[in-house]
Design a protein around this ligand. Structure first.
Ligand code: MNH
Length: 461
């Protein structure tokens, strides 16, 4: 006998929509999880979803023989731009396999290692800006990290300089992308009829979309006509063939994947670095410990690839930051067949959206203990990370559809954070700052302003 999945009371036409905060759905999902437990369901306009919070249920739906990625909601809207590109492809779409096989080696640790100097080029722009600003200027960290990650992925993937550090506002392309992603999230919560009547909003949505699409098309065409020596990701996509089918990627698919890298590869990493700054400023003892290790390993010289393995505490801080603050916190899978989960307890229909709440998963006391809410990088080192149960820590997703950019993001964050902490003393601009979160497709701290002062105890490099 199955038990009904708990569900808050619904209202006519809107279902459970009134229970979900439009600006910050994740907060509502977490509050509902506290009230209804490890699984509950919601009826939203046009779809039904089950939300999972406990380790045991999430681990069960990570079984790829029974469940696979679902592209719906906000991610489904992103398809208007990126189509069947890697991130937004439906499981059955063949372009996913072609791009995946062709690009996996290009995103592997060895290939990413070769991008170190390009990443350093952009990092040095951030360091110089903060140095020139001096300790009196308030820095919007999320903003500058977003400039950095967007410029880095554009430069590394297609040798294109967005030059975001040279304008007071974000460049046109970055603004278009930010607005587009925000609107994708909102579209997913609106009834179709309401959406169709929002003419101004829709016009702007497609203007933003076209601006991005045109830039990507131009870059692909230019490169086709003017080949370069450099082996960046664009070069790989233009000139390699899928080892399995022998097929090349179409120009459309290349443009869609370039845009995919820009989308998937910037907010997640910049949000991660912003949360890291927040947690370190909130825990000065951890900041001191991290600084001591960075000084010990690097002294006064710039960080090199070979140093990363020795920066064990930095690695632990990164893992712990992504545990407490997974910047891509909401993902969906669906069952391949009608089934039950939790030893036959709950019935799940084929195709129902099952939402994995990483925010809750990463706080499950059965895995993380009673101090799960606390920021403790020590739990992520000295063999403890490797000993975690499977799928317990999954900020990068899991299985076939896990993040392809993990090595890229990891190297970028190591480089940037080691350099920043080596060089600057950071402090809250407002010492009474309390964490607030801004949600788009990803999450990041809202209104986190800091000061960066060149260290007085030494002048590195
Ligand atoms: Mn990334 C998929 C998180 C950085 C490119 N990424 C995913 C998924 C998560 C994720 C979670 C799985 C989504 C799902 O199941 O629907 N990604 C992150 C995080 C960071 C990150 C937390 C940084 C921190 N990602 C990056 C970077 C790039 C990138 C950097 C590109 C350079 N990610 C992708 C792509 C996919 C993906 C592409 C889709 C892979 C696939 O489905 O084949």
């Amino acid at each position: 006998m199955t038990t009904p999945i708990p569900q808050p009371a619904t209202v006519p036409f809107l279902g459970n929509a009134p229970s979900v905060d439009r600006e910050f759905p994740m907060k509502s999902f977490s509050l509902l999880a506290k009230k209804y437990g490890e699984i509950y369901q919601l009826t939203m306009p046009g779809r039904q979803m089950a939300l999972l919070s406990s380790y045991r249920l999430v681990n069960e739906v990570c079984d790829e023989k029974r469940f696979q990625k679902r592209v719906g909601g906000g991610l489904g809207e992103v398809r208007n731009l990126t189509g069947d590109g890697l991130f937004t492809a439906q499981p059955e779409e063949s372009n996913w396999g072609i791009a995946h096989r062709l690009l996996m080696p290009a995103f592997g640790t060895l290939a990413v290692k070769d991008m170190m100097e390009e990443m350093r080029d952009i990092t040095s722009q951030l360091l110089l800006k903060w140095e020139r600003f001096g300790s009196e200027t308030t820095i919007d960290v999320a903003d500058d990290f977003t400039r950095l990650t967007l410029d880095t992925i554009a430069f590394c993937s297609m040798s294109y300089r967005l030059n975001s550090f040279y304008t007071a506002d974000q460049p046109e392309f970055a603004t278009a992308m930010g607005d587009f992603l925000l609107e994708c999230g909102s579209r997913a919560t609106r009834p179709k009829l309401v959406q169709s009547m929002m003419r101004k909003t829709n016009a702007k949505y497609y203007t933003d979309l076209n601006l991005m699409r045109e830039l990507a098309d131009t870059i692909v065409k230019n490169r086709r006509q003017n080949p370069v020596e450099k082996h960046d990701l664009l070069d790989t996509m233009l000139n390699s063939r899928d080892p399995k089918t022998g097929q090349a990627m179409s120009e459309e698919s290349i443009a869609q994947n370039l845009l995919t890298f820009l989308i998937a590869g910037h907010e997640t990493s910049s949000g991660m670095m912003t949360f890291m700054v927040y947690y370190l400023l909130k825990h000065p003892d951890k900041m001191r410990k991290l600084r001591a290790q960075i000084d010990e390993v690097l002294g006064d010289r710039p960080v090199q690839y070979e140093d990363f393995d020795k920066l064990t505490y930095l690695t632990a801080v990164m893992r712990e930051t992504l545990r407490l603050a997974s910047t891509a916190p909401i993902r969906a899978v669906q069952s391949l067949e009608d089934t039950t989960i939790a030893n036959g307890r709950y019935a799940i229909k084929k195709g129902t959206a099952m939402i994995i709440l990483a925010w809750e998963l990463h706080r499950d006391p059965s895995v993380w203990g009673e101090d799960a809410e606390e920021f403790k990088p020590e739990r992520m080192m000295n063999g403890k990370f490797e000993a975690l149960p499977p799928n317990a820590w999954q900020p990068f997703g899991f299985g076939l559809r896990a993040c392809i950019g993990r090595a890229f993001a990891w190297q970028e964050v190591l480089l940037v954070m080691a350099s920043v902490i080596q060089k600057f003393d950071l402090s809250f601009a407002d010492p009474s700052y309390n964490l607030e979160i801004k949600q788009t497709l990803t999450v990041k701290p809202k209104g986190l302003n800091i000061r960066a002062t060149l260290r007085s105890d030494r002048v590195p490099n």
